[in-house]
Design a protein around this ligand. Structure first.
Ligand code: GLY
Length: 366
């Protein structure tokens, strides 16, 4: 089972290939792109333990010189210091303009490798091989790369498109179930913001909370439609001048929840799920969509094993204050992405703090 989704960007077009068991074909995919001989494979130790050998063998069999670099695991290492270590490896191995950095991993590995590739020698080839569901459907597509600043997530970065995104759904079997569910939050997001048919398909399924419970066919549909949604949006607005902001549905309040809970108790997908529930409630209160649609969204979130309530002890005022520091604030106004029906959202800066406060308080766990 396989599909190919073109990302039709005028200057940097590329393909997203989704194919079962394709990990050991990476070398051949790269060969077709006519890349230079040197490939630096970047990952973390755990993923190297699972998949390093198969990928390195594939690269070598296709005639590439393969080098490796391990990034310490976790968001705390998403720093300029870690990028400096990556540059050291690039220098040691004399990577050239024609060389390639391959990111094998989740969003952190992808964002950091992309940033290093964007800046080493002013830009070398970059390929994404995402291993988490979240990276497959979101982070690996669209060219957002970067690292955190001590005072904020992803404040340092560059738009830098990969030459290829290669997705082997089979690798999800080693992904912890909680991480799988985090990725499902982004999948559901695409259903709400863009693809009503994807949403309806997900509604028909009995289980969405575990990779083991999904058929190959369903997973292929989920990946293909989600990647297509992301490609559609990025094609229209590569640098987030307008439309691309809709991909932040659920992220505005979600980021606040992540930040207030210290980025560890609640993972990104769980925070996005809570953020979508909050945005859905705001939209209902403003009569932008119906209670019935809000319920459909929340049922799906719940079916994916994700939270539909926010922690009772979350400080609503602090969450509202944090909205002002969101990267997406424009001219001092917080912009919300709110649903108008399943499959459609709008961007508005006309949501009062009172409505946000009421919505947050209404969806707090009892
Ligand atoms: N993850 C949101 C974006 O790529 O724009």
């Amino acid at each position: 089972m396989s599909s190919v989704i073109p990302v039709r960007l005028p200057e940097n077009p590329y393909e997203i290939a989704i194919a079962y068991g394709s990990l050991n074909q990476l070398g051949n995919y790269l060969k077709q792109l006519n890349l230079g001989k040197k490939v630096l494979l970047v990952s973390n130790q755990e993923i190297f333990d699972h998949y390093g050998k198969i990928v390195i063998t594939s690269l070598q069999e296709a005639g590439f010189d393969a080098y490796t670099h391990a990034i310490p695991e976790g968001e705390v290492h998403k720093t300029l210091d870690s990028i400096a270590r990556l540059y050291d490896t690039a220098l040691e191995n004399r990577l050239e303009r024609s060389s390639t950095m391959v990111a094998l991993g989740g969003g952190v590995v992808g964002d950091m490798t992309g940033f290093a590739a964007a800046t080493w020698l002013r830009g070398i080839n970059f390929v994404q091989v995402p291993t988490s569901l979240l990276a497959m459907v979101d982070a690996s597509i669209g060219g957002k790369t970067g690292v955190n600043h001590p005072n904020g997530k992803n404040l340092i970065g560059a738009f830098y498109q990969p030459r290829l995104v290669l997705i082997d759904p089979q690798v999800l079997k080693t992904l912890p179930v909680r991480e799988f569910r985090a990725g499902m939050a982004e999948v559901i997001k695409y259903g709400v913001i863009w693809d009503e048919d994807l949403f309806a398909k997900l509604e028909q399924e009995e289980r969405l909370d575990d990779f083991a419970g999904l058929s190959e066919e369903l997973l292929q549909i989920i990946l293909t439609r989600s990647c297509q949604a992301k490609a559609d949006v990025v094609q229209e607005d590569e640098k987030e001048a307008g439309l691309r902001a809709i991909l932040n549905y659920g992220h505005t309040i979600g980021h606040g929840i992540e930040s207030l809970t210290g980025y560890s108790a609640i993972n990104h997908g769980e925070a996005v799920a809570m953020g979508m529930v909050a945005a859905g409630r705001i939209a209902t209160k403003l009569e932008m969509w119906t209670q019935e649609e809000e319920k459909r969204q929340n049922n799906l979130i719940q079916k994916a094993g994700l939270p539909i309530y926010i922690p009772a002890n979350l400080d609503s005022e602090a969450a509202i204050a944090l909205l002002q520091t969101d990267k997406k604030v424009k001219a001092g106004k917080v912009r919300f992405i709110l649903p108008t029906e399943i499959g459609k959202v709008t961007i508005t800066d006309r949501v009062s703090s009172d409505i946000v406060r009421e919505a947050i308080d209404e969806i707090k766990a009892a």
